[in-house]
Write a protein that binds this ligand. Sequence first.
Ligand SMILES: NC(=O)c1ccc[n+]([C@@H]2O[C@H](COP(=O)([O-])OP(=O)(O)OC[C@H]3O[C@@H](n4cnc5c(N)ncnc54)[C@H](O)[C@@H]3O)[C@@H](O)[C@H]2O)c1
Length: 244
Amino acid sequence: MDRLKDKIAIVTGAASGIGRASAELFAAEGARVLAVDRPGSDLTFKGAGITALAADLTEADAPARIIGAVTEAHGGLDILYNNAGVSNSTLAQDMTDEAFDRVLAVNLRAVFRLTREATPLLVRSAAGRILNTASVMALGTDYGLAAYCASKAGVLGLTRTLALELGKHGVTANAILPGAIQTGMTAASFARPDVAAVWAKKSVLRRLGQPEDVARVALFLASDDGGFVTGQAIAADGGLTLRI
Ligand SMILES: NC(=O)c1ccc[n+]([C@@H]2O[C@H](COP(=O)([O-])OP(=O)(O)OC[C@H]3O[C@@H](n4cnc5c(N)ncnc54)[C@H](O)[C@@H]3O)[C@@H](O)[C@H]2O)c1
């Protein structure tokens, strides 16, 4: 119950899916959590220990606002979980500049900018942690996912470089690669039983993932248990990527 006792965490994309499950699990494990999501999203949470902040991560002042809020509320930061993301399904030949830029802005550029802002606090922490939600689509692909796959592959490169540069300060950086998880992002697709069945069968465990399946991996990486793991891409995919 106390695997994150006295830790201070930021979780982005916390109103839904993997982010909500992670924010609530981190808080249940003793962390004080700043939960960030877009204005207008549902920022009410189960349990104590979670403070909410409405912010669009792509806004120019978002990193300063978020780090200012965590500093004011808690006086520091130990765990930054960059999890917010958006998808877009359009064939590359039909994709507009705006659609491509939007996906990259949320999934990659915002991760870089918030992490840069958070770095002085993470360096000051006794055990700073950066967690980034990438995707199995950082390694593979599917029709229509040019922008999404480019953004998530970028998250892997960013994560490895952060691990390299911040290791001497005791800060770890790892990426989590979820497979097919039942969240807001996939709700419309998986509402179709035929689509849900195809993706459940791709997992060798023969089921779709739940947000908690990913949140528990995030907890491992954020806790002392994950203290010697850095620069890694850890799949939480039920074995979806085993077969090629
Ligand atoms: N669901 C899956 O199958 C799956 C698979 C692989 C990777 N992922 C990744 O997991 C992460 C979490 O997604 P999810 O599946 O829980 O989906 P979700 O849609 O349930 O949650 C994503 C959250 O991010 C928030 N968000 C989006 N843009 C934002 C912005 N500009 N500013 C602030 N918040 C913003 C949304 O409002 C939402 O609450 C994403 O990075 C996604 O790419 C999901």
